[in-house]
Design a protein around this ligand. Sequence first.
Ligand code: DGT
Ligand code: CA
Ligand code: CA
Ligand code: ZN
Length: 576
Amino acid sequence: MSSLSNQEIATLFNKVAQMLSIRGDNIHRVLAYQRAAESIGELSQSLSQLQQEGALTTIPHVGATLAEKIEEILATSKLQFYEKLAQEIPPTLVELLRVEGLGPKRVKQVYETLGITTLEQLAAAAAEGKLRDLPGMGAKSEAKLVAALENLKKHGDSRTPLGTAWPLAQQILAQLAQLPGVTQTAIGGSLRRMKETIGDIDLLVAAADPLPIMAHFRSLENVASVAAAGPTKSRIVLHNGLGVDLRVLPAERWGTLLSYFTGSKEHNVRLRELALKKGYSLNEHAFTPLDGSPEILCATEEALYAQLGLPYISPVLREDRGEIEAGLRGELPPLIQTGDIQIDLHLHTTWSDGAKSVRQMAEAAKARGLKAIVVTDHSYGLGIANGLDETRLWQQAAEVRQVDEAMGPDFRVLHGTEMEIKADGSLDFPDEVLARLDFVIASLHVSLSQPREQVTQRALNAINNPHVDMLAHPTGRLLPNRPGADLDMEAVISAAAANQTLLEINANPNRLDLRDSQARRAIESGVHLAINCDAHHPDHFDLLHYGVATAQRAWATPAHIVNTWTIDKLLAYINR
Ligand code: DGT
Ligand code: CA
Ligand code: CA
Ligand code: ZN
């Protein structure tokens, strides 16, 4: 069975770093764990593979000591050092560091003086006015803390990003699929609906005898604890804190099982209402006629929907946002599919903060069946990303033309920029530079917390510039907890519609920006959308499906998404 993933080990190291900082350890020791966590998070190879090659110490910021710790984790799924540290510094204290303005010293203070170990206890103490009398506090800082706690509660719940949960679920499902007696497996819940964040993973299995499957599930290697163990339902908690529910029913009930546990709750309520109107009660087991005649089993979801007089409704639409009505009218949209995507308009190379050359990125895109890309490295305003000034921009243009030639007639490589919208609302390049590029992206990366009016005006400045073709990841949010700019999205959407400026659905699962609801508004307002991977590494092209799913949740059809067009059609649309 599998050992902890790179991501889980990186998370553990980060946790250790934060616990050390609360304990008051030397900053270098804290940073050592933090930097190692960062490098591990960016590895493209698995740690166990590196270990087998004896190459753990080739990881940046991983020396002999940390390599030993990684080996221990890989072998035992545990870290003694962490277990010991946890007896001194309760791991839940790390949660307190998420409160804005609360540093490690203060966390230690509230723990040592008031015995506070959780966010809830902290909120209660603040509400009771117990914090203002601590040395260095006061009524004013207490009030600030209350506000920060409320903000965290609103935006920072503990949901897991889609991109984290998806591979984990696939991995567990693949193991269950191999068990004897298993005839069907599926992901259910919000994960099957491809919501941007996931409360827990729901897994569904069809098998005549659930017991051995349940037993195997509860003994999977990455299980931290078993929260429930029933005859047809179990719940485990993984080491990263994510809960996983498993339900097992016989194959002849697969359709009702899958439908029920795919949800959403709201969609299910509507299905049950429809069923009642037709004289049945509906649950995960079957349709049960109210007149006492025998139950009706559905082996497929298609059969279930047909029983209700509905066409099959894709899981991504099951949110009770009009899909039932559209289904009854026969007007469900023909949703965009990943295979419809032909071009990617937003990616990075070693010219700025990307990992690979123009040529390597082009080859990677071509290998995935794309027909064209636009190279859009950062502009100089984003100094930390090694953004390009004009001189380097035109040097890069020459290289891009060369690679375009070299790739042959069936693959096009165009030259653009991802240009900073500066804090004062001005753009990084003058119009005459922009006019000479094939494609111009404008992005907000800095000063995202400006007041709504100010930050919206910055976005509008870019959209209203005739040389700007697309606004990338419009709000700049990062999932699950960084909310992004407080944009007046209606104003942004109307300006984009008026100027024929594209808005992006950034496919990176940490972004998914525009989000589904905003993308749907944009489509309804006549804005064309682009789905791009914002690839900084060839692997990132594989994130496309997250962006496509978000577009599907926005009811997007191929006609709404410019990446389904040929590059010539796109260039004509943006007047180049
Ligand atoms: P999540 O986990 O918060 O991201 O969202 P879901 O949708 O995965 O919700 P979850 O895990 O609580 O339940 C999975 C599905 O099971 C849910 O989408 C619909 C179904 N379900 C759960 N509880 C209820 C319920 O009380 N009523 C109905 N109708 N369906 C339920
Ligand atoms: Ca769930
Ligand atoms: Ca669940
Ligand atoms: Zn980018």
